[in-house]
Design a protein around this ligand. Sequence first.
Ligand code: AMP
Length: 408
Amino acid sequence: MNFDTFNFSPDIIAGVRALGYTTPTPIQIQAIPPIMKGRDVIGLAQTGTGKTAAFVLPILQRLLKSPRGRVRALIISPTRELAEQTCETVDELGQQTGLRSIAVYGGVNMDQQIQRLRRGVEIAVACPGRLLDHLWKGTIDLSNIEVLVIDEADRMFDMGFLPDIRSILRCLTKPRQTLLFSATMPQDIRRLVQDILHDPVTVQIGRAAPAATVSHALYPVKQHLKTALLLDLLYQIETESVLVFTRTKHRAERVAQQLKGAGFKATSLQSNLSQPRRRAALDGFRNGSFKILVATDIAARGIDVLRISHVINYDMPENMDAYTHRIGRTGRVEQNGDALTLVTGADAGMVNDIERVLNTRLERRTLQGFDYAISAPDSDYVRSPRHLPARTVRSQPLVKRQFALSAR
Ligand code: AMP
């Protein structure tokens, strides 16, 4: 099957080709036809499945005809990163269509957004808070919306955005097509679906479980040895881009510092960062100048880097959904990825949950040559590479390490 099956206009096919897509992904095969027919659709798909193009392509097709210069499609995203990435996808796929888009999110000056809106756009990709600011100021007009997309609805719910979404919905008066994408379906999202979707078609890609192209492994370790083990893992395994998850912002920053101190091209992404610094971290990670990004769950939402070869859970995620979302960053669209999780005794319950959902026992791995017996120092552990347990630092001559790094 190829993209010709959908009867997109040549201008849209040009965008598909420019992005190098040859075969539609399963979510695209299932979701594009009903969306093209104007049906409301619930897409149960995690990131990495190609869900963005599944809704962007039919939207472009629909908007090709008739009026320009007014906002006719609204895509609501939980985070600025996802909003920006979706907007990029719109621009890339729609590069020959003349359709214009805007990403609307907070943390940056409103004036530029207002000017762009005044110049005229057809597609707005917006985070709820800033969109409401524009609505209150009267600087965005949603009276011409024909298609509404609620993307990553479960994340939106986790982040407490559902009341904002309902406020936004009250401003959409015209009958419209509504599409809702979510990796999971918590009760509140089901209720929202009942309230706002009309006779929806549900398309579901697999279960709400991590992608099948990802291999999972556990590295049991004591808490105080996590950083040392992470460093040794990074020295030993072949990686492309690596996304490391920590539970707290503070730890994300600290682990990134430790990796940098050990010579890795690493940076961190956490919600305390200013917008320019987030941008710099993300751009650097995308263009490869940073090989390792250490992030918290919230900060990492929506990160789309095609060549993430490894997701490493420095800390176990809080629940299965978070695990699925983290792991969704690797193994994207038919590529293989590895998900490595450092586990301590306290994580036994979550390990059980993951094994139940994946319906398999996860491999427990021991890193060869790593000294698991080092006892915890009295004070806070491993503050800098100089304080790492002896084996990690001393047994790797600096030249060998630098070689290992430059070879990556
Ligand atoms: P998404 O699930 O929308 O975040 O998409 C994940 C990644 O898959 C993005 O980098 C897309 O550019 C890419 N992608 C989407 N559709 C296709 C396709 N049909 N073939 C190859 N890559 C795709």
